[in-house]
Design a protein around this ligand. Structure first.
Ligand SMILES: O=C(O)/C=C/C(=O)CC(=O)C(=O)O
Ligand SMILES: [Mg+2]
Length: 218
């Protein structure tokens, strides 16, 4: 792992996101559970870091919160095998996939891409680099509060497609590059936030490792 990866938020070229990777979340939105990963992207301009705010575009009233484990790619790679997948991970981060559910639903009805609903500026609040050795992929806890009320509390063991499965799938079609970020999907409990709300999110990893971040919604 090279030192520049700690600064992944300024070198990130692609944010690849996974949809419906937790069956309870797929069901809460009335979607079928996927049989292969659903992928979409956010532009790197979607990234926002503390102490900056999540900005709801002026003509929208609310966004949905989605807390997710972010995987940061170290080595540029293509056609990765499941055995080699973990070697290409440089570290992790806590991330949010902020979404306009209303716009997404309208786009879905028309069969259009989700980009506007998920790729607007500040739609990807993101925490600091987390060292690889602090995370056991099978037992990460992700949680999210809105105004100190718990809304999401999930575990990566409930992912439909594991992180290695996701790297294998994506790298078959898209070259993964140093600093790329993969958002691995959200557990259930997604819901609305409005201007004036505060989101606190956290990740609990190995050996009492804990990381939290806070964002105001404006
Ligand atoms: O299909 C839908 O209605 C919504 C899907 C998502 O927003 C997918 C995700 O971003 C996710 O599962 O994390
Ligand atoms: Mg998501």
């Amino acid at each position: 792992m090279t030192d520049t990866l700690k600064d992944f938020r300024s070198i990130c070229r692609k944010i690849i996101c996974i949809g419906r990777n937790y069956s309870e979340h797929a069901k809460e939105l009335g979607n079928v559970v996927p049989t292969q990963p659903i992928i979409f992207m956010k532009p790197s301009t979607a990234l926002v870091i503390e102490p900056n705010d999540i900005k709801i575009p002026s003509e929208w009233d609310e966004l949905h919160h989605e807390v997710e484990l972010g995987v940061i790619i170290d080595k540029t790679c293509q056609n990765v095998s499941k055995e080699e997948a973990e070697e290409n991970i440089g570290g992790y981060c806590l991330a949010l996939d902020m979404t306009s559910r209303k716009i997404q639903d309208d786009l879905k009805k028309q069969g259009h891409p989700w980009l506007l609903s998920k790729g607007f500026d500040t739609s990807c609040p993101c925490g600091d680099f987390i060292e690889k050795n602090q995370i056991d992929l099978s037992s990460v806890n992700l949680w999210l509060n809105v105004n100190e009320n718990i809304k999401q509390n999930g575990h990566t063991c409930d992912m439909i497609f594991s992180v290695p499965d996701l790297i294998v799938f994506i790298s078959k079609y898209i070259t993964l590059e140093h600093g790329d970020l993969i958002l691995t999907g959200t557990p259930s409990g997604v819901g609305p936030v409005k201007r004036g709300d505060q989101i606190t999110a956290g990740i609990n990893g190995k050996d009492d490792f804990k990381y939290t971040m806070k964002f105001n919604v404006v």
